[in-house]
Design a protein around this ligand. Structure first.
Ligand code: 1HN
Length: 355
């Protein structure tokens, strides 16, 4: 016995005429749309996609000659999922882009409802200032900008540091906009004053110590920066201790040290090491995931598509499509998704298909 959950009922002339009268009253028959509203499994509109860093870097540098960071507010090339063009989205829930700050430039201080992360690809002495504290950006660092905190970026470009600063931004903007909850403004003083010394948050919250009477005041990590040197060292030691996961290699999740939960409420972030010659089994989960190659080269199969990747390439695995990673050399992948949001809502699923 089939029902409207399996497909549309036959649209007879009488039914069509009835639907027309419903439309006039801003109403519609559920049975005509039910099969699309309640699918038996995820049917993501976003598709697997790969952005080669070599191509994107050239375009980003070209944008550097067209507009300043000041005029652009943020000089960013949006990574748009080809399945949902024009939406400024890399997945249904996340925004991602590549940002360039040239030597001597700064991007103005502002704040917004969306939480942001920066994953640093190139930087000698670039910095981001968050909530009155400056953090130096180094390649591989994962940096958090909590919701509604003032932030700006700069590239001093003095001395030997004459290289551009480039990073990947990921924001939960599509979620904020779906909820119609977006606010933003500029800092009243133009540039926010620095109220704490560099490294203050790292010392207070990022050293397995907390101030004795510390009470978490927001649901975002009090640590702004997760330096790559420390995460990379951890991956190395974890690899030595084993065991190797058949799908993920050695995969760790970044945590808010105050809660053990994700650094940001809606965005989960991960770092995984694939040993040289790794041939991973397929795995799927309901969180569409953005991957950024930190080190090494390899291939990832997503559904029926295989993407070869090298350093700094970015690719996306849509919800519930089987994903399997293989490496040529030892490789490190950073990834981000809306997993903590789905887990909080109680419906996140994962599966390692047996086929
Ligand atoms: C933003 O504030 C930044 O602060 C980057 O660097 C990208 C994309 C959309 C909206 C705000 C930043 C952004 C953004």
């Amino acid at each position: 016995m089939t029902s409207a959950l399996d497909g549309k009922p036959v649209p007879s002339a009488t039914r069509q005429e009835f639907y027309r009268r419903l439309r006039e009253k801003n109403a519609a028959p559920l049975w005509e749309v039910l099969a699309n509203l309640v699918t038996p499994q995820p049917k993501p509109r976003c598709v697997p996609a790969l952005w080669k860093y070599e191509d994107m870097r050239a375009l980003l540098m070209e944008s550097g000659g067209l507009i300043t960071a000041q005029e652009a507010e943020r000089r960013v090339l949006i990574l748009e999922n080809p399945g949902i063009p024009g939406m400024s989205q890399i997945t249904q829930s996340l925004y991602a882009g590549l940002q360039l700050v040239l030597p001597g430039e700064s991007a103005p201080t502002h704040r917004h409802t969306a939480s942001a992360l920066r994953f640093i690809l190139e930087s000698d002495a670039g910095f981001t200032a968050v909530d009155g504290e400056k953090t130096t950006m180094r390649p591989g660092d994962f940096i958090v900008t909590p919701s509604w905190t003032y932030h700006d970026h700069g590239n001093p470009g003095a001395g030997p540091a004459i290289r551009p600063v480039i990073w990947m931004d990921v924001l939960d903007l599509p979620i904020i906009n779906m909820l119609d909850a977006s606010f933003s403004d500029h800092h009243p003083q133009g540039t926010q004053p620095l109220t704490r010394p560099d490294g203050d948050a790292q010392a207070r919250y990022g050293a397995n110590l907390f101030p004795v009477d510390y009470e978490p005041s927001r649901n975002t990590t009090p640590v702004f920066s997760y330096p790559y040197a420390r995460s990379r060292e951890a991956l190395d030691r974890v690899q030595r201790g084993g065991p190797l996961h058949p799908c993920h290699g050695f995969k760790m999740r970044y945590v808010n040290p105050a809660t053990g939960g994700s650094p940001m409420p809606a965005i989960g972030t991960f770092l995984q090491l694939l040993p040289k010659g790794f041939a991973g089994s397929a795995h799927r989960s309901t969180d569409s995931t953005i991957f950024c190659v930190v080190e090494g080269s390899g291939r990832t199969r997503i559904g029926d598509t295989t993407f070869p990747w090298t350093q700094h390439d970015i690719f996306i695995a849509p919800s519930w499509m089987p994903v399997s990673h293989s490496s040529d050399s030892e490789a490190v992948l950073f990834s981000a998704s809306d997993r903590p949001l789905q887990q909080m809502l109680g419906f996140w699923r994962e599966e390692a298909p047996t086929s």
